[in-house]
Design a protein around this ligand. Sequence first.
Ligand code: HEC
Length: 84
Amino acid sequence: MGRILVALLAFSYMSLAVSEGKLLFDNHCLRCHAPGSGKPLSYLKEKYKNDPDGVLELAKRCPWGRGLSEMEIKLIAEWLSGGK
Ligand code: HEC
């Protein structure tokens, strides 16, 4: 049991390291920006490509940034604009 837990922890740590921005987006944003919604992820990625500051600006003004730390918003913005 202990060994399985360690493996699980290691696994979630690795996926966090790979793309924290994506994880955060999945948890906090995807429910409103899913495929088929008015502004799906694909639209956001296209519009904000190479423009993390644009996302940051919006995140500060809009209710959807609420509850997230600046660090988390930054990670999301970087991921969204970098497409990784
Ligand atoms: C409660 C639903 C909801 C959640 C949660 C949400 N959004 Fe949104 N978001 C919207 C809606 C609705 C719009 C469209 C507003 C408009 O067009 O006036 C929008 C617009 C945006 C835009 C601007 C799109 C444009 O046209 O330029 C960005 C960027 C964005 N959201 C990013 C995010 C991020 C990042 C998160 C997670 C931190 C998030 N949203 C979470 C509902 C949500």
